[in-house]
Design a protein. Structure first.
Ligand code: SF4
Length: 239
């Protein structure tokens, strides 16, 4: 398979069939905890990195040839090896999937482009959006997510708040916590204030478990994650 992978079980959304919309590590972030390795040159341009019609053709044929496996997962997930919303055709892909199968559609995104009304319009066709938010101040955002410096965390937060107003599906906000980087309790309290404004349906607390882009991006101890979960409230869960 060229663009599809799985079905795989992920800690965040259970069994899903994944779709790659970009070549390996096409991203506008270079998160220190990224499991895909260093980004190299950041990709800022939205374009059809992978042809949407090719993805739809592959999915159509996979569904025809894997009828039994197609019963075994809930979501088709737009994610893979980069930031899916950088593919300018991802809205067209969502519409194409709808025409092929009743499976629910999830999008995993770093939320960097949600300030853009066109991107929000495209993502509204999904059933579940899993955006990331690791910091609420620019300095810390630059340290953990290492984005292009023109990307502002205030814009990401505004985009998430607007998305929640417009989107009829579920939003599960992911917070990746790295020991000694963004797990300070004062930061968690500020994060909580911002998350309350965004009002996601769930808060998924995560911490690195596999090889990461930067050596030393370490997991937070379970006892501290428990404390953080308590601060973030009833919607919070961790894996
Ligand atoms: S946003 Fe995702 S793909 Fe991009 S660097 Fe961060 S973890 Fe890796």
């Amino acid at each position: 398979m060229k663009y599809l992978y799985g079905p795989v079980k992920s800690r965040r959304i259970g069994f899903s069939l994944g779709i790659n919309l970009t070549p390996h590590k096409t991203c506008n972030f270079d998160c220190i905890y990224c499991q895909l390795g260093e980004t190299g040159a950041l990709s800022l341009e939205r374009k059809e990195y992978v042809k949407i019609s090719d993805i739809i053709d592959e999915l159509r044929s996979w569904l025809v040839n894997n009828k039994e496996s197609a019963q075994s997962f809930d979501y088709i997930t737009l994610s893979g090896s980069g930031e899916p919303t950088l593919n300018s055709g991802f809205g067209e892909l969502i519409a194409g999937i709808r025409g092929l199968t009743p499976h629910k559609i999830a999008v995993l995104t770093n939320a960097s482009l949600l300030k853009d009304s066109l991107v929000r319009q495209q993502i509204l066709g999904a059933d579940l959006i899993v955006p990331s938010l690791d910091a609420v101040k620019q300095e810390l955002f630059l340290k953990i997510d290492r984005p292009d410096p023109n990307i502002k965390i205030e814009d990401i937060i505004d985009g998430l708040i607007t998305l929640k107003r417009e989107f009829r599906g579920k939003i599960w906000l992911e917070v990746m916590l790295v020991k000694g980087v963004n797990d300070d309790i004062r930061h968690i309290r500020k994060l909580k204030e911002v998350i309350d404004r965004i009002n996601p349906d769930k808060i998924q607390i995560n911490s690195p478990v596999r090889t990461t882009a930067q050596v030393g991006a370490l997991p937070v101890a379970k006892s501290k994650l428990n404390k953080i979960k308590f601060i973030l409230g009833d919607k919070a869960e961790f894996f």
